[in-house]
Design a protein around this ligand. Structure first.
Ligand SMILES: Nc1ncnc2c1ncn2[C@@H]1O[C@H](COP(=O)(O)OP(=O)(O)OP(=O)(O)O)[C@@H](O)[C@H]1O
Ligand SMILES: [Mg+2]
Length: 194
């Protein structure tokens, strides 16, 4: 869990994120949040997603998925956070780093890549964005939706719900040091569209 006592994002003395539902029980919030966001994930392809790959697109996705729940939907975090033993990027550097990462997303170039190179690139983007962890909460789902869109634009499909969530999590945690497992997982899950 995030080291969140004393955070401006949480209810006083707890690590429960302040939310529009007014829920102060962590488990109950998780339950509602999971269901509501799953519904938004299922409908986002009919939304007016910005064209092109810029940080605005990532913000849009985050806003769309989380706007019914968190006040900070679509906005970068303004405090430092850790998970397990891992400290994500300093929040002050999010803005410049996200620009750097998105400059490296060139769809036309990715369309021309071999399957293996494409997978490696997707894995790289996922890891960079995870390490940056631009939002206070909801980074995993936002990044996976972005990846789904990148795949789609390059003629591939990925259904994240076909993959065990614990496998996604463990691969992404290891990917900070070694992307082998994440690459293997993506190779199994990304399919050519027909
Ligand atoms: N110890 C860790 N080291 C590096 N990355 C981690 C660690 N623990 C979790 N993560 C990453 O953080 C993501 C979760 O971030 P966050 O809680 O902001 O997003 P989420 O959408 O709520 O979660 P999830 O990805 O579990 O659905 C995970 O998907 C994983 O990639
Ligand atoms: Mg989370």
């Amino acid at each position: 869990m995030y080291d969140a006592i004393n955070s401006k994002y949480t209810y006083k003395g707890t690590d429960v994120l302040k939310n529009k539902l007014g829920i102060q029980d962590e488990e109950l919030l998780k339950e509602y949040e999971t269901r509501m966001v799953a519904f938004k994930i299922a409908t986002i392809s009919s939304a007016k997603i910005p064209k092109g790959y810029t940080p605005e697109r990532l913000k849009f996705i985050h806003k769309y998925l989380f706007e019914d729940i968190f006040y900070f939907a679509g906005e970068y975090r303004e405090e430092n956070i850790t998970k397990g033993n891992f400290r994500f990027s300093q929040y002050e550097y999010i803005e410049e780093n996200i620009k750097r990462i998105f400059k490296e997303i060139d769809i036309e170039q990715m369309k021309k890549m071999s399957f293996n190179d494409f997978i490696k690139k997707v894995s790289y983007i996922m890891t960079e964005l995870n390490v940056l962890h631009p939002f206070r909460e909801g980074n995993g789902r936002t990044i996976r939706e972005l990846v789904r869109e990148i795949c789609f634009d390059c003629g591939y499909v990925i259904d994240w719900y076909e993959i065990n969530h614990d496998d996604i999590l463990s691969a992404s945690i290891k990917a900070v040091i070694d992307e082998k497992e994440q690459i293997k997982m993506l190779k199994r899950s990304i399919k050519k569209m027909n």
